[in-house]
Design a protein around this ligand. Structure first.
Ligand SMILES: C[S@@+](CC[C@H](N)C(=O)[O-])C[C@H]1O[C@@H](n2cnc3c(N)ncnc32)[C@H](O)[C@@H]1O
Length: 380
């Protein structure tokens, strides 16, 4: 048996890309085939995410990862959970029962693989955002869709979000009034940006900016959040001539990174784009927030500012026609529920852009596994 498991481990370590995905799927199927229906359903409880979120609050995963097997009493001391002895014991028991940690004996716990992974800052940021911001949405989604007869959601002011949060505000206005949850979103965006920053290594920016007039905008990041991409652009291409400008709504710019060589300009992307003829306009994870109609409105504002040399860089997911990975398929539903937006396939991108007089000049998939691509778009 142990030889068999060793073989599977080696096989997993030696595969990547699509083969790794297929292997993981088959292993998952194997596990499910051995479960009862009730075990499968129990694994789906949102309680698991809730327990993991509590584990992060109490830093249980970090404590177990860094210092080996611990007794309940030691964990109480390490997590400052002293006054809640009984609760901590019950929480740990549940966490062990669903495999978040391992029970090593009576009231003794240690790290397993899941615990090791949950202890990382990436896991804390991801789970905090998807539990605190996504959780209410996921909870309200079944009733919302049932009541609307499973119609597509396209109006950003009548999505699952409003129903879940009991608000009339659209998602971004609501976040601007809820700084703690906005903080969780911003942190998650920064994490994603660090993965998505790879496009800067792949797109031929230097080739396309030779002899650019230094007085003109070279990179305008529309809806650029706090300016991670502007900072990376400046850092990665210190000799590229031209102005680098971050645009977003005023409340987001209030938290903008202070990067030498980056200007900040408050701009609502539904209004006419004030910066004309930039070499690059960048829309990173913007259009997936919006329905086709609203996306076309945003695109038209940029289109009317573009010159013959301008390229609009759309940095978004490009879904394959089949076998969309779980992370991408989940984000598509988060977009549907959160803001009436959607992730798009290449055909959907082409149609959307064609409708507003834009054509695709080139497309680079800079992270195929996560479906991240950058589409260079010009006037048709
Ligand atoms: C999902 S984030 C994308 C951030 C960044 N572009 C990236 O690639 O990570 C969407 C951004 O759009 C901004 N935004 C939302 N509505 C906007 C509007 N009407 N005008 C300008 N920016 C807006 C938000 O403040 C937020 O920073």
């Amino acid at each position: 048996m142990s030889n068999l498991l060793e073989d599977v481990k080696q096989l997993l370590a030696s595969t990547n890309g699509t083969s790794r995905g297929i292997l993981l799927e088959e292993l998952q199927e194997l596990i499910v085939s051995a479960e009862t229906s009730q075990e499968t359903a129990t694994r789906m409880y949102p309680l698991q995410a809730s327990a993991a979120r509590i584990g992060h609050d109490l830093k249980i995963f970090e404590a177990l990862r860094s210092s080996g097997t611990k007794t309940l009493e030691q964990l109480q001391d390490m997590t400052n959970a002293n006054p809640i002895t009984l609760v901590l014991g019950r929480l740990l028991r549940y966490m062990a029962s669903v495999g978040l940690i391992r029970e090593a004996g009576v009231n003794q716990f240690e790290a397993n693989q899941t615990c090791q992974k949950l202890a990382t800052p990436e896991a804390v940021t991801t789970l905090t955002h998807f539990f605190d911001n996504g959780g209410p949405l996921f909870q309200a989604m079944p009733a919302f869709l049932r009541n609307s007869n499973y119609q597509d959601v396209t109006d950003e002011k009548a999505t699952v979000f409003q129903s879940a949060l009991k608000t009339d505000l659209d998602t971004y206005t609501w976040f601007s009034q809820n700084p703690e949850l906005l903080g969780a979103l911003v942190k998650y965006m920064a994490l994603e940006q660090s993965v998505r920053a790879r496009w800067l290594d792949e797109y031929p920016i230097e080739r396309d900016t030779q002899n650019w007039d230094p007085t003109l905008p070279v990179f305008v990041d529309v809806g650029g959040n706090v300016g991670h991409y502007c900072a990376l652009f400046r850092h990665r291409f210190p000799n590229v001539p031209g102005r680098v400008i971050l645009q977003d709504l005023p409340h987001t710019l209030a938290q903008a990174l202070q990067t030498p060589g980056v200007e900040a300009l408050a701009h609502d992307f539904f209004e006419p784009q004030p910066l004309k003829g930039a070499r690059f306009y960048h829309l990173g994870w913007i259009l997936h927030n919006w329905s086709d109609e609203k996306s076309k409105h945003i695109l038209r504002q940029i289109r009317s500012a573009m010159g013959v040399q301008s390229v609009l860089l759309i940095n978004d997911m490009i879904l394959p026609e089949t076998e969309v990975p779980a992370h991408a398929a989940a984000l598509d539903l988060v977009m549907l529920g959160g803001c009436g937006g959607r992730e798009r396939t290449m055909k959907e991108w082409r149609d959307l852009l064609g409708d507003v007089g834009l054509v695709i000049k080139e497309c680079i998939m800079y992270n195929r596994e996560l479906c991240h691509g950058i589409i260079g778009v010009v006037l048709s």
